[in-house]
Design a binder for this molecule. Structure first.
Ligand code: PXL
Length: 284
């Protein structure tokens, strides 16, 4: 197995099981060397807690990257999530230019919205900048809400159908050339779907798991982290999307019996399953 190094750029929500506190353990469990660049430090995530602290790290990022360049440090992939300011998009693009190995992957989770709404603190400027980042990505992983914001499409919770997913995929493919992983498609009763669309071939693969009627925070981060880890272990985009979806289902299931655990999912409990799935791929 080739040993890959990934840089992930997203916030540290100190409590709340999302972003870096999820990405770092999941990517490490996937057997990938994981380097981090925190975009902001928050006391908690913004989805349900009130009165959280927020330290924007935008001004620290260029100096950190300069040091890496001086040291000759390079990454096989850069995976971005929640960014602390619209200004960070230009900085992240520059870091991608300067620190990726030739052919290195730009994986962008435009983590900024869910349930039809932007996360607290984000506005249209953030959306515009995120569009720019998606435009230069090799792979983007929006959920339905983010896809709507990125494409100026009306969000609908009820009445999603295959045509709605296809419309979003078509509009997203106008943003850039990358592969699109559209998450959380609700076009079948009792199921939730993810689409993997490759604009180069025009091919779209759908994968469905059981819909668990429980609102869960941080599952987008678990998905993107498991996807990135699987991909860097050589699973391919479609297989990685399937592994990530199954991993998220297992993480939610591991949390179901604990109503006090509303702020995240017990993704740690499903890590052994993730490791086993990747071993099977490596052995196949
Ligand atoms: O899971 C996405 C996420 C990441 N980071 C912060 C958030 C959220 C979602 O609410 O608030 C700070």
């Amino acid at each position: 197995m080739s040993y890959k190094r990934v840089l992930t750029i997203q916030d540290i929500s100190c409590v709340g099981q999302c972003s870096l506190t999820v990405a770092l353990p999941i990517l490490s469990a996937c057997g990938v060397e994981t380097c981090v660049l925190p975009s902001a430090v928050l006391s908690t995530h913004t989805g349900g807690f009130t009165g959280f602290t927020f330290r924007d790290l935008t001004d620290d990022m260029p100096g950190i990257a300069d040091h890496w360049v001086k040291e000759g440090i390079r990454f096989d992939a850069i995976y971005t999530g929640y960014l602390g300011s619209p200004r960070q998009v230009a900085i992240v693009k520059d870091i991608m230019e300067r620190t990726l190995v030739p052919g290195g992957l730009r994986i962008v989770d435009p983590a900024m919205a869910d349930g039809g709404k932007l996360y607290t603190g984000f506005d249209e400027k953030h959306v515009e900048c995120m569009k720019e980042l998606c435009a230069c990505a090799d792979i983007i992983l929006p959920n339905i809400t983010e896809a709507c914001f990125l494409t100026g499409t009306e969000y609908k919770e009820e009445g999603q159908d295959r045509a709605y997913a296809e419309l979003l995929l078509e509009k997203l493919s106008e943003l850039g050339k990358g592969v699109i992983i559209l998450k959380g498609i609700l076009d079948r009763p009792g199921a939730i779907g993810n689409a993997v669309h490759d604009p180069k071939t025009g091919n779209t693969e759908y994968y469905y798991t059981d819909l668990i009627e429980k609102k869960s925070h941080g599952t987008g981060d678990c998905y993107a982290s498991a996807f990135t880890g699987a991909l860097l272990r050589g699973a391919g985009e479609v297989k990685s999307a399937q592994i990530a979806a199954d991993y998220v289902v297992r993480s939610i299931e591991a949390t179901m019996d604990d109503p006090d655990h509303w702020y995240g999912v017990k993704f740690e409990k499903a890590i052994p399953w993730l490791e086993k799935s990747l071993e099977e791929i490596a052995g196949s």
